[in-house]
Design a protein around this ligand. Structure first.
Ligand SMILES: C[S@@+](CC[C@H](N)C(=O)[O-])C[C@H]1O[C@@H](n2cnc3c(N)ncnc32)[C@H](O)[C@@H]1O
Length: 219
């Protein structure tokens, strides 16, 4: 999807988007799905956690990603204009923060390419239940105008195939004023799972502070 911006969030933002707690993550195999240029994998693996990242962009060389990220910074400025100019993440202006995240991502991507798998929803290159937790940030629901309802259903089904628990953030569309038109349908579609919307502390860019959790009901 060409129109998706290649801007990555850092570990502190993932922690807030997904209500993550270190003691609950210890020993878990975690997949960051649609990880893009996020530094989540880099920062988590440095802390000793087991995180794999998957995204279609990982078929590209590091230098190509650098050029694409630069292009995204330009588009982001044009698209959001002044609206985001005052926003800070952890006290740092948004673009400076995103650039720091990108540098962390890129050095890990160069040093440990095995942790970055090229693949795309709705067909991931992993075996059934290879992961305990699958996190997916800033793709589903957000881009509801570009991605069909059918795609959302297939994407969620695929993430549940490879992981026991799936968390999706945000549940709003990119215009941020309301929950995605697909949300209720997805909740109905997976009603035979444990499914809940949870409030989270994050809201910097999306204005949204809700995440969706879906997991298999243990028999
Ligand atoms: C806005 S970025 C979010 C990156 C990261 N999750 C974050 O929150 O910082 C969206 C990512 O979705 C990826 N993407 C687009 N289509 C995809 C698909 N069908 N399956 C998996 N990832 C996809 C893009 O390549 C891009 O890296």
């Amino acid at each position: 999807m060409k129109s998706v911006l290649l801007l990555g969030r850092g570990l502190s933002e993932y922690t807030d988007m997904f209500n993550l707690k270190d003691d609950e993550l210890a020993g878990k195999r975690i997949l960051d799905c649609a990880a893009g240029v996020s530094s989540f994998r880099s920062e988590m693996n440095r802390k000793g956690f087991d995180v794999t990242a998957v995204d279609p962009i990982y078929s590209r060389k590091p230098d190509e990603l650098e050029a694409l990220a630069e292009e995204s910074f330009k588009r982001h400025r044009i698209f959001h204009g002044d609206f985001l100019s005052g926003i800070k993440v952890k006290g740092v202006p948004l673009e400076d923060y995103r650039r720091a995240v990108f540098r962390k991502f890129l050095s890990d991507y160069r040093e440990d390419p095995a942790g970055y798998i090229a693949g795309e929803l709705p067909h991931l290159p992993f075996s059934d239940l290879q992961f305990d937790l699958v996190l997916s940030a800033n793709l589903l629901f957000l881009y509801e105008e570009k991605l069909s309802y059918r795609f959302h259903v297939e994407a969620v089904r695929e993430m549940l195939r490879v992981g026991r628990e799936v968390r999706i953030f945000p549940v709003t569309n990119i215009h941020r004023r309301r929950r995605s038109i697909y949300l209720q349908g997805i909740m109905d579609e997976f009603a035979d799972h444990e499914i809940l919307i949870q409030r989270v502390p994050y809201h910097e860019e999306t204005g949204c502070n809700e995440m969706l959790i879906i997991k298999s009901i243990e028999s």
